[in-house]
Design a protein around this ligand. Structure first.
Ligand SMILES: [Zn+2]
Length: 142
């Protein structure tokens, strides 16, 4: 199931981004603590440490926002939108147009539910009355 695999991968990316964000926040917090230490003021390292700490926290925040966006995108996306070439391509293009088809052999109404798509994209429909199988073009003329 491709959707499940993609969802798991997105969830993994989200967890990774959140973990990285927490890690960067902790590291940034350490720099803030170091900046507040008395020896930092004595050595004149308060500003650089605050700058680095702020940068780390900012990076962590960006990662968190990105991670949340990934999660939201996965939740909002439907299986169809994530797998556009799969089920949609298998659907008969003229399925809706088959509603009022009549069998050229017996005049009965062909059932759209009997439409089958062949390996080369050809469509066949089975008459519900005489059970004859007909090849259907994309724009049926009968
Ligand atoms: Zn028929």
């Amino acid at each position: 199931m491709p959707f499940g695999r993609a969802g798991a991968r997105l969830a993994g990316m989200k967890v990774l981004a959140l973990l990285m964000a927490v890690f960067l926040w902790l590291l940034g917090g350490l720099f803030f603590l170091a900046a507040a230490a008395p020896e930092a003021a004595a050595a004149g390292k308060v500003l650089p440490r605050v700058a680095v700490g702020g940068l780390l926290v900012a990076c962590g925040t960006v990662l968190l926002v990105a991670g949340l966006r990934v999660g939201r995108g996965a939740a909002a996306g439907s299986p169809g939108s994530l797998d556009p070439g799969g089920r949609t391509a298998q659907e008969p293009p003229g399925a809706l147009g088959l509603k009022a088809l009549t069998c050229p052999h017996c005049g009965g109404q062909a059932d759209a539910a009997t439409v089958k798509v062949g390996s080369e994209g050809t469509m066949t429909v089975t008459c519900g009355y005489c059970h004859a199988v007909y090849l259907v073009q994309e724009e049926p003329k009968w």
